[in-house]
Design a protein around this ligand. Structure first.
Ligand code: ATP
Ligand code: MG
Length: 361
């Protein structure tokens, strides 16, 4: 069956209609022959968690660097809080950089400074007094559950604790947007879960907008509201997480999902034939309200023995059921396949005949 269910996101349309914290319009960035960003148009809406997912080399870090001003687009425009940052000087970029907090895969803490000094560092750069800085650091360490480590040094912390410090530091200057570049990639699954829960918590408590870059669909699944899939510098697909998971269009999306969606067992997949006979093997995808109904029970009641369930399950993403099953339909009665397909399609399922298992009598 499917991965354990841990749907914690709010509704799919959580940030619909909210203003854009960041907007990119047709952003391009080339390096010699490589189009690292090839016309990216994208908005991050206030209060949402947007996941950007793509393979290595897809352009994710280049996108982040353009957002925090470390890299400049060749063409296109970037707006932060409604203002264009295109063509600004280093000095003019400063106030915009302050609106964007960032967390990293390898935490990037200063080893010679205590936890509280690491957290307070962005405020020192802002010119706040020591008392103000330490008060703010204490507040943030409380938020991330690390109050007792205020005087510790990074070397004495676990990876998860280091990332909590990283999160506290990123929030010190009260950014409008938190950028996360593979922030959980160096952590074990349990610690990853705890950090993702913390980010979700902060998103809800403070209404913090988060742009999360990852190559892991599980990260997107567990906390993002929307997802954009990037491939060779282009957004190839985007939408509410549950609907992209339910009905992925691009090959890259299907491939990134293959680890966490049910797949036809290999021993069956490897013997599928395209010549009709035995049993037709179908994938059946159903999502949203349609997946709440007794679809298979109804089909069985109308036409007993027309199919059997081989594999699959129902996941719940953003409180929406997302079902994916593989069924076998005997074709000894030639009308079976058309009947089953028509019935399921009528219940808004996406049905695909993957082939025939002629060994199955
Ligand atoms: N400074 C640079 N000079 C030349 N090529 C670059 C530079 N930065 C990025 N590239 C190229 O642009 C493409 C996108 O790189 P980028 O680092 O944005 O990918 P990514 O999606 O972050 O990959 P990963 O998941 O491996 O971190 C790659 O082909 C990379 O080789
Ligand atoms: Mg990268």
């Amino acid at each position: 069956m499917h991965a354990p269910l841990a749907a914690t996101s709010a509704g799919a349309d959580v940030a619909d209609g909210a203003p854009d914290v960041v907007r990119l319009v047709d952003v391009k960035r080339h390096f010699a022959e490589t189009a690292a960003l090839d016309g990216i148009t994208l908005s991050v809406r206030k209060g949402e968690i947007l996941g950007i997912i793509g393979r290595s080399g897809a352009g994710k870090s280049t996108l982040i660097r353009c957002l925090n001003g470390l890299e400049h687009p060749d063409t296109g425009e970037i707006f932060v809080d409604g203002q264009s940052i295109t063509g600004l000087s280093e000095r003019q970029l400063q106030p915009f950089r302050r609106k964007i907090g960032m967390i990293f895969q390898h935490f990037n803490l200063l080893s010679a400074k205590t936890v509280e000094d690491n957290v307070a560092l962005p405020l020192k750069i802002e010119g706040q007094s020591k008392t103000e800085r330490l008060a703010r650091a204490a507040e943030l360490l409380d938020l991330v559950g690390l109050t007792e480590k205020a005087k510790a040094y990074p070397a004495s912390l676990s990876g998860g604790q280091k990332q909590r410090v990283g999160i506290a530091r990123a929030l010190a200057a009260r950014p409008a947007l938190l950028l996360s570049d593979e922030a959980t990639s160096a952590l074990d699954p349990e610690t990853t879960r705890a950090i993702l829960d913390l980010l979700r918590d902060i998103n809800r408590k403070l209404g913090l907008t988060i742009l999360l870059i990852t190559h892991e669909m599980e990260v997107v699944r567990s906390i993002a509201d929307r997802v954009a899939v990037i491939e060779a510098g282009k957004i190839v697909e985007s939408g509410p997480v549950w609907s992209v998971f339910a009905n992925p269009q691009a090959n890259i999306t299907r491939s990134l999902l293959s680890g966490i969606r049910p797949q036809l067992p290999e021993h069956i997949a490897s013997r599928l034939s395209q010549t009709a006979g035995g049993e037709a093997i179908l994938s059946v995808d159903l999502a949203g309200p349609a997946a709440n109904g007794p679809v298979f029970a109804d089909l069985s009641a109308i036409r007993p023995h027309a199919f059997r369930i081989i594999h699959g399950g129902i996941d719940h993403i953003q409180r929406q059921p997302v079902a994916r099953f593989f069924i076998g339909v005997p074709v000894s009665d030639p009308s079976n396949l058309a009947f089953v397909t028509q019935f399921l399609t009528g219940r808004t399922a996406q049905v695909e005949v993957l082939g025939y298992d002629t060994d199955h009598a």
